[in-house]
Design a binder for this molecule. Structure first.
Ligand code: GAL
Length: 345
């Protein structure tokens, strides 16, 4: 065999090998691309808010559930804005420069969403707001913005219904001074939060619509937190003593503060009827012990699943309304349900 023939034979062998290597590389790139994780950046308004911290746990859990369901890896990074809008803006900026696929935001101040939306729009990164609803005008700035939350009117109505049902079943137990009216105090969440005013309005309206007369002794703002509610209830107990017949709380965590204050005054047993919202673990325990009448469950898992599903749909370029039945245009409101003493008994 001469030299030329050997060289030709070597080339003949090498060419298919080279073609195979190139082919494998192209295939490999395609496979890796398909398995590229979806990066979701989440910012919560403050991690020491009991419901929000349970929502953060649900988000992690549901990201794994959606990952399994759709067969694509999801990386979720959750940042805590610690109640500072400035920090939250910086955290969103970091997600934008980190080229996240979708950003989910629980606004500290729900009235300033436009600056986040404008930045996200420039980077073409969809935004799913949750729990703290931006004003509609801001959401309309860009079509890749959504909101996942609950209907505050529904929560208030259900909470009022718990009070009305308990009263109608046994009015004498609640109307301790037998004046035919309910003397009540109301503990409200943050004044700027869409849920506070609406929950208050509808819980009271529902009780009144059931034909029950109400007399408000006082209202206080506990910002969703246990300790301000506890402090406020101590003041109310000093001012009104045992004439408080019902305590309506805009959430469970504040109801826990109220229960603590009543315990301290040895007034929990045969004390006022207490209702809350969220379906928190501690509240369910108090209901089981008979210290609280009931709660309206704010479905953290349901909200988290919907948030992740919208994020995934947007990252994959799918139509989120087709993938997420709860989504109606830009809005998904996850239904509430109640847990009362009767359910646990
Ligand atoms: C509400 C919830 C409150 C508080 C608030 C924070 O939906 O009931 O407990 O977490 O959100 O925005």
């Amino acid at each position: 065999m001469n030299k030329l023939k050997i060289t030709t034979a070597v080339y003949m062998l090498l060419i298919p090998v080279a073609v195979l290597i190139i082919f494998m590389r192209v295939r490999d790139t395609a496979v890796i691309k398909a398995e590229d994780p979806i990066k979701i950046g989440v910012v919560i308004y403050r991690g020491d808010d009991a419901f929000i911290s349970s929502l953060a746990v649900s988000l992690d859990k549901e990201a794994k559930a959606v990952e399994e369901e759709v067969g694509r890896k999801i990386i979720m990074n959750i940042a805590d804005a610690k109640n500072s809008q400035g920090s939250e803006n910086a955290q969103v900026d970091a997600f934008i420069s980190g080229k996240y696929d979708v950003i989910c935001v629980n606004m500290v101040d729900r009235t300033v969403a436009s600056s986040i939306i404008n930045k996200a729009k420039e980077a073409d990164i969809p935004v799913v707001f949750f729990n703290r609803e931006p004003v509609e005008e801001d959401l309309l700035i860009w079509d890749k913005t959504f909101y996942v939350g609950t209907d505050a009117k529904e929560a208030g109505t259900m909470e009022g219904q718990i009070v009305a049902d308990a009263y109608l079943e046994n009015p004498d137990k609640i109307d301790k001074n037998k004046d035919g009216r309910i003397q009540y105090v109301i503990m409200e969440g943050e004044e700027v939060h869409q849920d506070s005013l609406i929950r208050t309005e509808y819980s009271c309206k529902t009780i009144a619509n059931a034909g029950i007369e109400m007399q408000r002794l006082a209202r206080g703002v506990g910002n969703w937190m246990r300790s301000p509610a506890y402090e406020q209830m101590l003041l109310w107990l000093d001012a009104f003593g045992d004439s408080i017949e019902v305590v309506i709380s805009n959430n469970d965590e504040m109801a826990m503060g109220i229960i603590e204050a009543l315990k301290e005054h040895n007034m929990l047993k045969d004390g006022p009827l207490i209702v809350g919202i969220d379906g928190g673990k501690d509240a369910i325990e108090e209901i089981r012990m008979g210290n609280m009448e009931g709660t309206v469950v704010n479905d953290a898992d349901g909200q988290a699943y919907t948030i992740v599903k919208i994020a995934w749909a947007m990252a994959e370029g799918k139509d989120p309304e087709e993938e997420v039945p709860e989504l109606n245009g830009k809005y998904a409101y996850i239904p509430h349900y109640t847990i009362t003493r009767k359910d646990i008994r």
